[in-house]
Design a protein. Structure first.
Length: 324
């Protein structure tokens, strides 16, 4: 589990490069790795407290934080690896005066139960989200944005699917050309594959459709070896490429079927002591603000021209949305 403190207004080189135009995929991966290291190594803290009701409050000294100025965010790693936090968190801090303490890992709801987080951000379908809310530890989930699964394939692209916006058509082309498709047996990804197989009118699987029970990096390695296709989350794929680059690249990204919604869950202060209620409210309202939702839509990673983050605030009930 990793904890980072974001200095207000200071984005990493990765976020700064996101609007500077396209770079090579290899350079992109170098930037992504550099950004992660920069964020993990951040030690300089600049905190300020925003007054309310016209009253002026004294800002804490540099290098200090207070319980009222700190928002503790427990999150899956996806928005960090995908560069989005490097863009959004410094902006939130600069606008509000709050400081974000970011912890990433797999057990994102554990810190919420233990009083070590104020708000959790995860996929809506995270295995622990339902129990966290139903047990009373978390409030109703608020959809904020969707991340991106990708159809990966070899640079030669024998099925000619690159940049298609219809994922079912891409699946048909793979089947019609008998190009290898390696099933990634990660829960949810395999489910998507089955949806596509049915939507493509259940083509005969023999000769091209391979389900060997492989997951994650193993499925990716097999697809690369066979010059075939495979589905996986874009950010874990890019992170894996930093460690062991394979001859695959993202080919289809734009179909809504590839989006996976993510939510914030505020820790219930009636169940857990020490929750920064005002800070959580500010953070959730910031993410749902129309300007932030537009910023999410416009965000790009260097080397990836297509949109990979999708605003999802409109999926909330109207009472949760910021008032004009």
């Amino acid at each position: 589990m990793m904890t980072d403190l974001y200095p207000p207004g200071k984005a990493t080189d990765l976020a700064a490069t996101s609007t500077a135009g396209s770079v090579s995929r290899r350079r992109f991966l170098q930037l992504l790795g550099g950004a992660a290291g920069t964020a993990a190594g951040s030690a300089a803290l600049v905190a300020c407290s925003q007054g309310t009701g016209g009253e002026t409050e004294t800002s804490p000294a540099v290098g200090t934080t207070t319980s009222t100025s700190l928002v503790r965010l427990s999150s899956v790693v996806t928005p960090q690896d995908g560069g989005l936090y490097d863009d959004l968190l410094p902006d939130f801090e600069q606008q509000t005066g709050y400081q974000v303490e970011l912890t990433t890992g797999q057990d994102v709801y554990g810190p919420g139960r233990d009083g070590q987080a104020d708000v959790v951000l995860s996929h809506y379908g995270h295995r622990d989200a339902q129990a966290f809310v139903q047990d009373g530890f978390g409030q109703w989930p608020q959809p904020v944005f969707s991340n991106q699964i990708a159809l990966l394939g070899p640079p030669s692209d024998p099925a000619q699917v690159q940049d298609l916006t219809d994922l079912v058509e891409a699946f048909r082309r793979i089947a019609n050309t008998q190009s290898p498709l390696i099933v990634n047996d990660i829960e949810g990804v395999k489910y998507l594959t089955e949806i596509l197989w049915n939507a493509a009118e259940s083509p005969e699987k023999e000769g091209w459709y391979s389900d060997q029970g492989l997951q994650g990096q193993d499925a990716i390695a097999e697809a690369a070896q066979q010059s075939g296709y495979v589905f996986w989350g874009l950010t874990p794929f890019l992170r894996t490429q930093q460690q062991d680059e394979v001859e695959l690249q993202p080919l289809v990204l734009s179909d809504p079927l590839l989006q996976r919604i993510m939510v914030t869950v505020a820790v219930n202060p009636d169940k857990v002591a020490g929750v920064n209620v005002e800070g959580v409210t500010a953070f959730q309202q910031y993410l749902l603000a129309p300007t932030t939702q537009a910023r999410i839509r416009a965000f790009r990673l260097p080397g990836i021209d297509q949109q990979i983050w999708w605003p999802a605030g409109r999926n909330n009930a109207s009472y949760a949305l910021p008032k004009p």
